[in-house]
Design a binder for this molecule. Structure first.
Ligand code: ZN
Length: 382
């Protein structure tokens, strides 16, 4: 909420400032003054004078009585920052934009969150200097329990209205397959796979090493090797922290942190779910996931053919059926490259393999939705 701006007379004192138009871009020196409606600054590059309105200003650090310099950003120029030096400027700014002062940030949790943000912002800046992917780098720095909380929130928001499939024999078959595939994962810890009674064909990785699989996908699969291929691919996304990075990139680090620190913001939660279900990943992310999928399948002694087969077959079905009906195209859109995937699988050297599941377990897995549970109550229904 913007705090009311106290009327003040403009100050004519000029302070040294340094403007950075965006991350990785060159900074320009100049002078800043405290105008009637905002911080006015003139840069040495002779571009016209700019004004950043007081009520849209954000300060990297809250301005205290003894603050000697400030680092500002503004909603008017996202990504840009303005560093201004001098106690008189900081003092004057604090009077004109009280929301930037430390006193305005009384809530304890906010303060904790903001210090975390400040640290992470510094880490992002460090990451950007070394040209890493900041979102992914931040994702890597998150404790597992935070990623898990983000995952639970994402899974909860996107599976609203669908029941979780909990037939015991089906879950046992799923656990067998998941453990077999997880063995080759770098952490060695098994992924948590949840099946939902949802006719739309879908499979996606959520943060915290979780995967959501739909009944629609199990129905379309013709062999356990195909399901293993899809799971291995989604695990690949999970290993690379693609879901975490995608959420941070799209809802912003602040909203993601709020979810992880324990608060929830309804709006961002809805976005989190939508995003993972609809947006999909870049082509390079898809290649990374495929690369991991092949390694996981090999470590598990499961033939990679199912991975290529499934995506190719679904693509063919889509072409034949058109885009109406079962909603498959949306899932394919979020997992592109079926032809490239099939080629990759063909190129993989052969190794001894056994079916991902025996015939009985495969039947059990396909029937996992014979028993479902409403996420709201723990009672199971047959
Ligand atoms: Zn994918």
């Amino acid at each position: 909420m913007p705090s009311p701006i106290r009327p003040q007379t403009p100050s004519t004192v000029k302070s040294y400032c340094r403007f950075t138009p965006g991350r990785g871009l060159a900074s320009v020196d100049g002078t800043a003054t405290l105008g009637l409606t905002g911080v006015e600054f003139e840069l040495d590059d002779r571009k016209p004078r700019r004004i950043w309105r007081y009520d849209r200003l954000k300060a990297e650090e809250p301005i205290r009585p003894n603050t000697i310099d400030v680092l500002l950003s503004s909603g008017e120029e996202p990504g840009a920052s303005l560093f201004v030096q001098g106690i008189p400027f900081a003092e004057g700014l604090r009077a004109r934009a009280p929301h930037l002062s430390q006193r305005a940030r009384q809530q304890h949790r906010r303060r904790v969150l903001i210090s975390i943000l400040a640290v992470l912002a510094a880490l992002i800046a460090a990451g950007a200097v070394l040209s890493w992917s900041p979102a992914k780098w931040v994702a890597n720095a998150l404790p597992f329990s935070w990623r898990e909380r983000l995952g639970d929130a994402a899974r909860g928001s996107m599976t609203v209205g669908y029941k979780e499939c909990v037939d015991p024999a089906g879950l046992a078959a799923l656990a067998t397959l998941t453990e077999r595939l997880s063995k080759g994962a770098p952490t060695g810890t098994p992924f948590a796979v949840h099946v939902y009674d949802w006719s739309l064909m879908n499979a996606f990785a959520v943060p915290g090493d979780e995967i959501v699989l739909t009944k629609g996908l199990l129905d379309k699969a013709q062999s356990p090797d195909e399901v293993a291929g899809v799971l291995a691919h989604e695990m690949g996304h999970g290993i690379e922290l693609h879901p975490e990075a995608s959420i941070i990139r799209n809802v912003g680090l602040g909203a993601a942190l709020e979810i992880m620190v324990g608060g929830t913001t309804g709006g961002s939660l809805a976005n989190v779910g939508l995003m993972l279900a609809q947006l999909g990943y870049s082509r390079s992310a898809e290649r990374e996931a495929d690369h991991h999928a092949l390694e996981l399948l090999k470590a598990a002694g499961i033939a990679p053919k199912g991975l290529g087969d499934f995506f190719t077959r679904i693509m063919k079905m889509e072409n034949e059926e058109g885009s109406g009906g079962s909603g498959m195209p949306s899932w394919l859109r979020t997992h592109p490259l079926p032809a490239e995937r099939a080629r990759l699988v063909k190129q993989a050297a052969a190794y001894p393999a056994t079916p991902a599941l025996d015939a009985q377990s495969w039947e059990n897995l396909k029937s996992v939705c014979n028993k479902t549970r409403d996420p709201k109550d723990s009672e199971t229904k047959s």
